[in-house]
Write a protein that binds this ligand. Structure first.
Ligand code: NI
Length: 383
């Protein structure tokens, strides 16, 4: 039986507040990365900076033949002006830790401190990851070899989650968070006078039909037992009330948990836009990008995390069916190595503002729970 050193709550909270005051956007996390690297070096880890541009990797080697656990914390903030009047308010205008990644970094460093004090059989690796919000920080770290030398056997991570009360943990086996795809559609019609539509090809009307047809993909082309969302979120066309514009631009997103609709979505969106446009004598150009894969938790390792969570907060406080159509680029780690990503409830007793809102804040007790969950998960996996 391994005895863990207690959680250092005051340092954990102080670190989170320090990072909260100095939010940095994706691939600009230089101060946060330096803070993490210094702390990890002083704990005796081998530290590599510049992994995936601003990412930091820390390793503590176990026996050569032993397993290696990867713990991942994302570091980036959002381009939001903080509206909270707290003493640790953001000091960077227009930037804010409005998703809880400040807490993830603080938790990662506290887990590193506790694990450094133990004599573990396996290796421990930390990935302090940049640019989660922009959805390519994980890939940048993977390209730079974060999963190799030593080869990672399993990866774990958490997200502080304001849709769950503090004291609860969500561990869902299988598909947990959605794929994130982005599409851009340009309709090329023919401009003309609003009073003479027969002389023009109305890009606005074509765009409206495309929007409707895209929603029909969800109702008619998708297996109703496969979850999926199509949202058209941007419509740009026209500059005058009496001119039919030649061009209309649409943007939007497709979210799924994988499956057949996920595979076919790029083709379906393209065919629909082009077919509708052709019916009106217009032309559609479609660009489709996969931003993040579906996040799928390994079933056995989800059981391991769930057992740790039950020990920590009690069976009634562990949820096993929470899922979200939100995306998370931890998915790319979990595509390559088995693992589990869990939500740690962070809403205060009177409720808390949603993620990505200017009044977002967390109940800091969630930091302690997050640090316990990841520390014990790593110990249990390696023991
Ligand atoms: Ni987040």
């Amino acid at each position: 039986m391994i005895t863990l050193p207690p959680v250092d709550r005051s340092t954990l909270v102080a670190t989170r507040r320090d990072i909260h005051q100095h939010p940095e956007l994706g691939f600009e996390e230089t101060r946060t990365a330096a803070l993490a690297a210094d702390r990890l070096r002083s704990l005796g880890y081998q530290v590599k900076t510049g992994v995936g541009r601003t990412g930091v990797v820390a390793v503590r080697n176990g026996r050569a033949d032993a397993r290696c656990v990867l713990l991942r914390a994302d570091m980036d903030a959002l381009p939001i002006e903080e509206a909270n009047a707290v003493p640790y308010r953001s000091q960077h205008p227009g930037k804010m830790h409005a998703c809880g990644h400040d807490g993830h970094v603080a938790i990662g460093l506290e887990v590193a401190r506790r694990l450094a004090a133990l004599d573990l059989p396996g290796s421990v690796k930390f990935a302090f990851q940049p640019a989660e919000e922009a959805s390519n920080g994980a890939q940048a770290m993977i390209v730079d070899g974060v999963l190799e030398a030593p080869q990672v056997s399993a990866a774990f991570g958490i997200h502080l989650w304001n849709e769950l009360p503090v004291g609860t943990i969500a561990v869902t086996p299988g598909p947990f968070m959605a794929s994130v795809d982005q599409f851009e559609i340009t309709i090329h019609g023919r401009g003309g006078h609003a009073a003479a539509p027969h002389q023009a090809i109305d890009s606005v009307l074509v765009a409206a039909h495309v929007v409707t047809a895209l929603q029909s993909l969800i109702s008619r082309r998708r297996d109703p037992l496969e979850e999926a969302v199509v949202s058209v979120t941007e419509v740009h066309a026209g500059r005058a009330f009496n001119v039919i514009p030649a061009r209309a631009d649409l943007r939007g997103t497709v979210r799924t948990f994988g499956g057949r609709f996920y595979e076919r979505a790029p083709q379906l969106i393209e065919e629909t836009a082009q077919g509708i446009a052709a019916a009106f004598g217009a032309r559609a150009e479609v660009q489709y990008r996969r931003l993040s894969a579906p996040l799928v938790n390994d079933r056995q390792l989800s059981d391991l995390v769930r057992d740790v969570a039950v020990d920590l907060v009690g069976r009634t406080n562990v949820r096993d069916s929470v899922r979200t159509m939100g995306g998370e680029d931890m998915a790319y780690f979990l595509e390559r190595v088995p693992g589990c990503f869990a939500f740690v409830g962070s809403a205060g007793s009177s409720g808390s503002a949603p993620h990505h809102s200017p009044t977002f804040d967390i109940d800091e007790e969630s930091l302690v729970i997050g640090a316990e969950l990841l520390t014990r998960t790593a110990v249990r996996f390696l023991s």
